[in-house]
Write a protein that binds this ligand. Structure first.
Ligand SMILES: Nc1ncnc2c1ncn2[C@@H]1O[C@H](COP(=O)(O)OP(=O)(O)OP(=O)(O)O)[C@@H](O)[C@H]1O
Ligand SMILES: [Mg+2]
Length: 638
């Protein structure tokens, strides 16, 4: 477990250096580029909406000044409002102007009508406002979901093409967490966060314009609190981001642990590790809990501070504005109302900018993790113009091949091997000798560290990967079947295969009758990993699956090691038949099964130590002889 944490810590350090905020910002916004039309319509809605809602107080101010206030005070105010009405600008103004002429200090029925009209307009505005909120929400949700859909697809596609080493070095649970938790969190940023922030900026700018129009001095007074806000924002920025980064790592650990324990449930039960696992999980889950609580606490500290500052702004407006209304009358009551409303609204976007700051931080922390996968380069990939051979006959040659998974640990050293097209060789050797590794090089899961690997005389790195892999089928040591029917699994390498073809192959391998005996025959669902079948049964299906793909090169890595010797002897005939005219490499620990292969290669500690027929090798009395003798004796004892 310890190494996982260390690795995660390393990953975190690595990530901090990898993307600057600006790069992240550009890339996250870049996603909108794929949906230009939608993004532009959403932005248009946002701008209209923001301008619309911020104009409502102006409408109210006009109602107060034109229709209400004149009747509540002496007629002296009429001149006042008439003057100030001249300075009004904005969308509503022209609408109001027409009413100015008909006003008198005492209410007439037309005044009451005007009030009614203005009141209805206000109601209409509110209804329109509501409709806009609805449209805005639906549009955002659709656009956001489209982007999430795209990101998740891109991630999945990337994973399909990543090389083997990515999967051996990254726990699958952490990758799953990136595809689920992190995509969701980035999605939240894209669906609400970014767009809301944009809306906030538009409102902020528009409010500022309106405030300046209403009263320049008062606006400047209100703005004095902005530097304080900025200082606080900068101070908090780093803390919030790192807190959210911790939450992303913590949830990934939880998912990774969950994935691993579920996969390893058999071992857990066999070794009675349940309690220990629960303890482990509790630890990780607590870490997740603390990280989230900490992140929430830090970001919640923000709000009260910002609100106090906002209140300070409003206080300035009330004192200064109230004074002006009473004494000089340079501001009307309606104006003061509108200004107070704007100064409050001015701080509202600022407050929500900070609220969304949390979403942004959490979204960016996720974006970093997502980009990590998207930027991962497959270590094995096609060259610019790969060769696409029409047919691969299966002539294999390894020339002075060296290979190491890790820098300092040689796994294969100076391997020279030649296999004629259509011929079989057997690869034997102790556990860890490097047999499976050779098969991985042939399928180009990894590239050789030194030397050359030729297929039909062409360097394997120049051959189109897809063509190469279509022509090579490996029956791996660790069999994996996919959930679905046996038939689905058998056709995995050749979707278009006819049922008849599949039946024939199963007949040859002696599998057909056995499959028919299962509850639903070929349609039996084997469940994830083939959990419903025995290991030997899985091996046989995996063998048949490779043969259905009809490759020119077939690699059998311990393909029948878990099948009982009698069944194995039975299917051996089928295997021999299938291997006819097909280049093949057979890896077997049970030497009795490869006795008849004309070329046996003995691998020891990553090197070829002997080669020849069974008889020749026995005569040599070397490694092969040793292996054979040991097996013979142990079989006798059995
Ligand atoms: N992904 C990997 N990263 C690092 N080392 C690896 C990796 N896979 C295998 N090895 C190492 O490479 C060596 C050869 O492994 P390989 O799987 O080729 O052995 P093998 O001959 O197939 O053994 P067996 O008979 O048990 O299947 C081993 O020492 C193993 O530890
Ligand atoms: Mg192996």
């Amino acid at each position: 477990m310890g190494h996982i944490f260390r690795q995660m810590a390393r990953e975190e350090e690595h990530r901090e250096k990898k993307y600057s905020d600006w790069t992240l910002f550009k890339r996250v916004f870049g996603v909108f580029g794929y949906y230009k039309t939608e993004a532009v319509s959403v932005l248009a809605i946002v701008v209209t909406f923001s301008i619309f809602t911020t104009t409502i107080p102006l409408l109210l101010a006009n109602i107060i000044d034109l229709f209400i206030e004149p009747f509540s005070k002496s007629s002296a105010y009429i001149i006042n409002y008439a003057n100030s009405a001249d300075s009004y600008e904005g969308i509503i103004n022209s609408l109001i102007q027409s009413k100015v002429n008909i006003l008198t200090p005492s209410a007439t029925s037309s005044d009451i009508n005007s009030i009614l009209i203005m009141g209805s307009m206000y109601l209409l505005f509110l209804i329109l406002n509501f409709v806009m909120i609805l449209v805005r929400t639906i549009f955002f949700a659709r656009l956001g979901q489209k982007m999430i859909y795209r990101i998740r697809n891109d991630l999945f596609a990337k994973l399909q093409y990543l090389s083997f080493n990515y999967f051996t070095e990254t726990e699958s649970g952490r990758t799953i967490s990136k595809l689920t938790n992190d995509v969701d969190s980035l999605g939240e940023l894209l669906t609400t966060g970014i767009i809301d922030i944009f809306a906030d900026f538009v409102s902020l700018a528009w409010i500022l314009v309106l405030m300046f129009i209403l009263d320049v001095t008062m606006t400047l007074f209100t703005l004095t609190v902005i530097p304080i806000l900025l200082i606080i924002a900068v101070l908090f920025q780093k803390k919030v981001r790192s807190a959210y980064r911790r939450t992303r790592v913590a949830i990934a650990k939880v998912t990774a642990n969950l994935q691993e324990t579920i996969s390893g449930v058999k071992v857990t039960k066999a070794l009675s590790r349940e309690d220990k696992n629960i303890q482990n999980f509790k630890g990780l889950n607590r870490e997740n809990y603390s990280a989230n609580v900490q992140a929430a606490s830090i970001s919640s500290l923000f709000m009260p501070i910002i609100q106090i500052i906002a209140a300070l702004g409003s206080t300035i407006v009330i004192i200064y504005g109230g004074y002006a209304v009473i004494t000089t009358g340079s501001i009307s009551l309606g104006e003061l109302y509108a200004f107070l409303e704007y100064s409050n609204r001015f701080f509202m976007p600022v407050i929500s900018l900070f609220t969304f700051y949390t979403t942004i931080q959490s979204g960016f922390a996720s974006a970093e993790r997502i980009f990590e996968i998207l930027d991962e380069e497959p270590s094995v990939k096609n060259i610019d113009k790969p060769i696409i051979p029409e047919k691969i006959s299966g002539y294999l040659k390894l020339k002075n091949v060296d290979f190491r998974y890790q820098k300092d640990i040689p796994v294969l050293t100076n391997i020279n091997l030649e296999i004629e097209p259509g011929k079989s060789i057997a690869l034997v050797g102790q556990t860890g000798a490097g047999k499976t590794t050779i098969t991985k090089l042939l399928s180009r899961y990894y590239d050789v560290t030194a030397g050359e690997l030729l297929v039909d005389g062409i360097n394997i790195q120049e051959i189109d990967l897809e063509t190469l892999r279509k022509n090579i089928a490996v029956v791996p040591q660790d069999v994996y079947l996919f959930s679905g029917s046996i038939m689905d699994n058998l056709k995995f390498g050749k979707k278009e295969a006819e049922d008849k073809e599949v039946y024939d192959i199963c007949l040859i391998l002696g599998l057909h009758d056995y499959i028919l005996k299962l509850p639903e025959g070929y349609e039996t669902d084997v469940k994830e990993g083939g959990a419903r079948l025995s290991l030997g049964q899985r091996q046989l299906i995996s063998l048949a699956r490779a043969v259905v793909a009809n490759p020119s090169i077939l690699i059998l890595d311990e393909c029948s090691s878990s099948v009982d010797p009698i069944t194995e002897a039975l299917i051996q005939k089928g295997i021999n038949y299938i291997l006819q005219d097909r280049t093949s490499i057979i890896i077997a620990h049970r030497l009795s099964t490869i006795k008849n292969v004309s070329q046996i290669v003995v691998l020891d500690d990553g090197q070829i130590v002997e080669q020849g027929t069974h008889e020749e090798l026995l005569k040599k009395r070397g490694k092969y002889h040793n292996l054979y003798e040991t097996q013979l004796t142990s079989n006798l004892i059995e």
